[in-house]
Design a protein around this ligand. Structure first.
Ligand SMILES: [Zn+2]
Length: 286
């Protein structure tokens, strides 16, 4: 008799499992910007989980890079940066929950026309300076590699009161022997103009470098950093918690700021630059 009850219970359980399998899952996953993905841009993924479990452990794998989603305004988000040097075409990213594949998403990277700016041959630098630049570059890479913090931010703002763009993000700067893309946005800024933190975060680095001059880097969590370059004076220090809109520095022309005083402002995600204005607009519209 007992065996029969157990057997019936087992059949009932199996039927229950099957009926659950037929229902739609308690989440929806979508790419929020499928028509706007290009080299130097980003892919935005939203997971809407109706169970709203903040302990969910969503992550993605793209280009052999594994990173976590962050929880923001009741949904899970991933903003996946695309390198300036990515080739246009069809790509796939895998979304995992607790390291188990949930789904894979397909997207297309489209070519984007960038303005081209021709520059002359740079004057040669002594070896000691070339070595210093290399060393400083490596040092900054290490700072951006710290991606273990949760998202601190509650929204973003532009870093200056008046924001006139003097050189936009992604301009292709061509020299006789090489080219590169402008990895930040240049804002017109008088020397001594106040610079504000773009969002809540922790100051990850302040220093003076050959190319960047005085520099401040803020960690906003989830691999997202903001970076302020060519400053005249730094008004914060590493380890300090900052609020959105908090004074952190004054603009200037330190480092290689050939185009006069300005603020070179960058947002980096997992060590890859994204368009700061497009990124801020996207986050603030969520
Ligand atoms: Zn710049």
């Amino acid at each position: 008799m007992l065996k029969r009850v157990i057997f019936t219970a087992f059949i009932f359980f199996c039927a229950l499992l099957q009926s659950n399998a037929g229902q739609s899952p308690p989440y929806s996953i979508k790419i929020a910007n499928p028509k706007d993905i290009h080299p130097g841009g980003f892919v935005a993924v939203i997971i809407n989980n109706s169970s709203n479990d903040p302990l969910q452990n969503y992550s993605y794998v793209f280009n052999n890079y594994n990173a976590k989603f962050f929880f923001y305004k009741n949904n899970w988000h991933a903003i996946i940066p695309i390198s300036f040097y990515a080739l246009p075409g069809k790509y796939q990213l895998v979304v995992n929950d607790n390291n188990q594949q949930l789904t894979s998403l397909e997207f297309i990277i489209k070519q984007k026309k960038r303005s081209v700016y021709h520059l002359g041959r740079p004057s040669p630098l002594p070896n000691s300076i070339i070595q210093r630049i290399e060393k400083e570059k490596k040092y900054l890479q290490k700072i951006y590699e710290d991606t273990e913090h949760p998202a601190y931010f509650k929204g973003f703002t532009l870093p200056l009161k008046s924001t006139i763009v003097t050189s936009e993000y992604g301009v292709k700067r061509v020299r006789p022997n090489r080219y590169y893309y402008h990895a930040g946005t240049d804002f017109k800024a008088k020397p001594g103009e106040k610079n504000y933190s773009t969002a809540e975060g922790i100051v990850a680095y302040t220093g003076r470098h050959f190319l960047e001059g005085n520099i401040v880097i803020i960690n906003h969590g989830s691999g997202i950093y903001s970076c302020y370059i060519h400053l005249s004076k730094i008004k914060t220090k590493p380890g300090k918690k900052v609020k959105k809109g908090e004074l952190i520095a004054y603009s200037g022309q330190t480092g290689a700021a050939a185009r006069g005083p300005h603020l070179h402002f960058m947002i980096k995600i997992y060590n890859t630059p994204v368009d700061p204005i497009a990124f801020i607009k996207y986050i603030n519209n969520l």
